[in-house]
Design a protein around this ligand. Structure first.
Ligand code: ATP
Length: 236
């Protein structure tokens, strides 16, 4: 059974129809990527799944339960966490306080989860008592992913993790994303402008254009497609 199954999702901004009947499936243990140009609707799709936008139509089924129209905190509690574009860490709180906020929907100690985050992001452990505002862009991205992990998600959604990062840091972040998936079994839905790295990291991909899925398949097959090579990988 799919972890996440989205069917015929329609989401509007006023009169603007941003999602025009989107259907996707994410299986347990997969990394699934959504490719698409600016304005295609990628962020809207993630926000709708996370409950930050209310769809007009469609079904969002998470482990078989329809979560469309639930409040965002209920959706987090069910196991979906979103690492938003732009990261949105709290600059005046320490790194550790930011991380602990990620566990707010759970009862009990967060110590084991902190250890897990520090294992993947040792820099956050070293600097855990410093305000998050002192971190570099790459470190803030690490903190945002770490905060998402603190909720022990069954599905982690990442919106543009490479935004504003150097190629070296982008490689580093994606290597950690791949390890979290293979070592911890975290299922991921990944939105990324950098199609090269997204197709290298993910198992399956969808191409979203103007609010519609126009192509889907295993990333090996997408990489071989002439259209993907021409429009997303910059080869002619
Ligand atoms: P980007 O990579 O630029 O974030 P995206 O694929 O994530 O692009 P969305 O941000 O989901 O695209 O936007 C989808 C469509 O909805 C676009 O046409 C956009 O102009 C429109 N849109 C997004 N946010 C708003 C808003 N707050 N009010 C009105 N229209 C919006």
């Amino acid at each position: 059974m799919s972890v996440l199954s989205v069917r015929n999702l329609e989401t509007f901004y006023g009169a603007i129809m941003a999602l025009r009947g989107v259907s996707i499936d994410v299986e347990e243990g997969e990394i699934v990527t959504i490719l698409g140009a600016n304005g295609a609707g990628k962020t809207t799709l993630m926000k709708t799944i996370a409950g930050l936008m209310d769809p007009e139509k469609g079904v969002i089924s998470f482990h078989g339960e329809n979560t469309a129209h639930l409040e965002p905190d209920r959706i987090v509690a069910k196991g979906i966490s979103l690492v938003p574009e732009g990261r949105e860490v709290f600059p005046y709180l320490t790194i550790e306080e930011n991380l602990r906020l990620g566990a707010f929907t759970r009862r009990g100690s967060a110590a084991a989860d902190l250890d897990l985050v520090f294992q993947y992001f040792p820099i956050l452990k070293e600097r855990r008592r410093q305000p998050a505002g002192f971190l570099s862009g790459g470190e803030q991205q690490m903190l945002a992913i770490g905060r998402g992990l603190m909720a022990r998600p069954k599905l982690m959604m990442l919106d543009e993790p490479s935004l504003g990062l150097s190629p070296r840091l982008t490689q580093e972040i994606f290597a950690i994303i791949a390890r979290l998936n293979s070592e911890q079994g975290v299922t991921m839905l990944l939105v990324e402008q950098n199609a090269h790295i997204a197709l290298e990291t993910a198992h399956k991909g969808y191409v979203l254009e103007m609010g519609r899925i126009v192509m889907a398949g295993p990333t090996e097959r997408l990489k071989a497609s002439d259209d993907i090579q021409e429009f997303y990988l910059g080869r002619s």
